[in-house]
Structures are given as structure tokens and as C-alpha cells.
Design a protein. Sequence first.
Length: 479
Amino acid sequence: MSTNSESKNDLETQADIIHYCIKEKNTTKIVSTLCLLSPDVRKQIVSLKVNQNTALCAAVTTGQKDVVEYLIKNCEADVNQKGIFTDEKDNQYKVPPIWCAAESGRVDIASVLLFYGADVNDCSDTESTPVRCACFMNHQPMVEFLVENGGNISKTNMYGGTCLMNSVGCSGLVDFLIAKGVEVNSVDVNDWTALHYAAKEGHVNSTRILLTNNADYTIRNKTNRTALELAAFNGHDLVVDTFLQEGSGTKIELVDSYELLGCHQVDTDIEKARKCWLKSLELRLHFSVISINKCHNSEDVFSKTAFANTNEITLSSELEQTKDEHMLYMQALLKYRRILGDYHEDTIYKIRYRGAVYADSKMFQRCVELWKYAYCLELRREKYLEDDTVYAATSLANIFCEMQIEFEDQKSKEKVQTKDVIEVMVMLKDHINNCGAILSVRPVNIHTINNYKYLLQSVIHIINVFRCIERDPYEQNDF
């Protein structure tokens, strides 16, 4: 028994040495360590995994073709034995050697592996094929090589991701795959198409190729976004121009896309934002699209104060003459609200972001006004103990505390307004009351319980702030 144990330990030690030598690219040491051993022992050693990885996968990943050939020919390494691939975010995947070769783009090593019987379609543990991996890395020569040798360009991974989706960063690959007959409008588990990915990532040529090959630009993903909306929201003006040139989108979608482009630019290049909005007004006139719907200029008291009592500018002359940058910031929020909708997560995020910018600039009251409205919108979504809703409440408590400290330290002239505190407390009361039904369902998730605690802590913080601020007896009673 002890002899067997010692023998196993000796094999593991030898395997450790081989893996270390592969890491150090010490081919001489690898050969000298293994050459005097019997073929059976050599095979056992190279089949042992070190840190879940195989010697062959390690050699392929580090690009050592001579070692790869030696391990296969002289040690009978299994060409399909899965090892480990670690990506740049330290995520680990179980993959075969051919997959590692595809990732690195080493056609010469892939050729060796296939010659010795590697399965060209052997998948990773996420069901990603080698050719799909090569597409993701935009290794076109590798993709063409694998396809010539039977690589399946139609198989998706476990999330529905296709080779075409993975290839949008390389227009040559997009052309190649479409010529080979891939389905252009396949959707993944989130209902994204290749066009969605190309547009969101700003790949102009790939977008144009997809559109000219009948990519369906009307498909909406699970967050209700079209590819055009994604391009605009992420500031890819050349992609949006491509949609316009190809006539790919309804008139109102094309108009809205230039409005969203301007919204994206407003913080980095306010004049570029203005030009985008002027373009949208020009298109609105050209397409005879109805005037901007003013239904969002509502009587909601929070929205009026949040947007500083402004309405959307509908005339080019007025837009050209508007020099107040804060007015233009509000224009962006009004457009997000109209185009995406009041309760869209991105609308609320942009309102909160603008409030945070004001807070950083010590414009606390503007921050409070925007954040109150964002909190109001979150409550209307009725997701009372989800992170975004709870965060909307706790951030208001925190900004009140910060305002009070800054005022007491004479670092700011802006005082916490009693009216704001009372309004937030009213919302918090209703918020906490609505949590009861959620907490009554067993079992209760610990994260949900913690979020409820954060709400209660916010109440305590606001009470403490209220005790410190000036107030009249009527406000005391209201509180």
C-alpha cells in the first residue's frame, strides 16, 4: 500500500515538474525528465492535472508547438482531454486543447492537434466551440482553417451566443460567415442579435454588412431595445448615420436616435450634443414627423422641480440661442424621459447621475430635487426591496446628512429644506409599509432583510437631520 502511495506521489511530483517547465518554456528539461521513463509512465504523468490543467493544454496555451508535438507523439497525451483556460478576469473554463489553440490563433498548433485526432467541434463547459472562440478573438485565419476542417459555425453556446455575434468586431469575419450561410437574425437568451452587438459596440462596417444582408433592425431585446437605440444611447454617431443611410428604422426611431446621441454627448461635448439635437429637429421637419409630444410636461410636482420647470425645446432657433449648460442638461433628461419612458431603468439612472454630478459640485438642492423624483419613480415601479429602490431612499438620507454637515461647517450656504425632509419621510413611510407583504413570504432572502434594515436606518438618519434644522411649529407637527 505504501509502495503504491509513494509511486503516486512520485508521478504527481513529476507532473508538477513538467508543468513548471512548460510555464518556463524549458523544452530541454521537459524532454530530459520524460525521455528515460517508460511510455506508460510518461503517459500517466502527462495525463495528471496540476491545478486542474493538463500539460497539453498548458503547452498549447503558451504557444509551444514543439512541446505539443512531443507530448502527443512521445507521451501519448490525450488530444481531447480537457484542461483549464483562465481569462483576463480570472474566470476559469474547462476546455479541450483545440479550443486553447483557437483562442490563441495558432493555426499551426491547431493543425497538429487535428492531425492527431482532436475533435474540431469539442466544446468548453459553456458549450462554446473552438470556432466560436476564434470568432470572439477575431482570428479570421483560424476561423477559416477550422471551418475548412469541419468547424460548426451554426452551433451556439449555452446562452444562445452565435459565431456571428462573436465576430462583429471584425467585418471580414462577418462577411465570411454570412457567405457561409449563417443565420443573420439568430437571437441569444436575452434576445440580442448580431446587429444589436455590432451597433452597441460601435462597429460601423459590420453594422453596414449586416443591414445589407437583411438583418432585422426591428427586433427588440429583452430590455425592449432595438440595435439603433443601443447605438444612439452609447454615442456611436457613425453607426446611427449608417442606419439613416440604409433607411433602416422608422422615421421617429431615426429622429429619436439623434436625440439620444445628443444626450450621450452632453457631458463631454456640449456643442456636439447641440448639433445632434439640431439634426434631430431637421429630420423631424424633413420626415414630417409630428412635433415633440409635450405630454411629459406634466403637473407632477416632483418632476417640475426636478427639471427646473423647463420644457423640451422644439425650435432650432431657440436651441441655438440656449447658452445655459444646466438648461441643456435638463433637455437631455427630458428627452430620455420622453423616448425611453419615465420608468425605464436608464431614465432613472440618468436622473440619479445628474443629481450626483450636482452633489459633487456642491449644488445640493438641485441634487435633492432630482433624487426625490428618481425615488418617486422607483416607488411607482413597486419593486420595494430591490437594490435600486432601496438605494434611492438611502442616498437621499445620505445627501441630507452631507448637506447638514457642510452647512454647519460653513462649507456650503445651502441648508436642508424642511419641506424636502417631510416629503421624503412621507415616501419612506409608504415605502416601508409596502414592504410588509414581501417580508411575510417565507423564506426571506438575507439580502432582502438587509435592504429592509437599510430603509429603517435611513429613517433614523433623517430624523437626526430634522432635529438639527430650523423649523416652525407647523412643520414640526407635519413631521
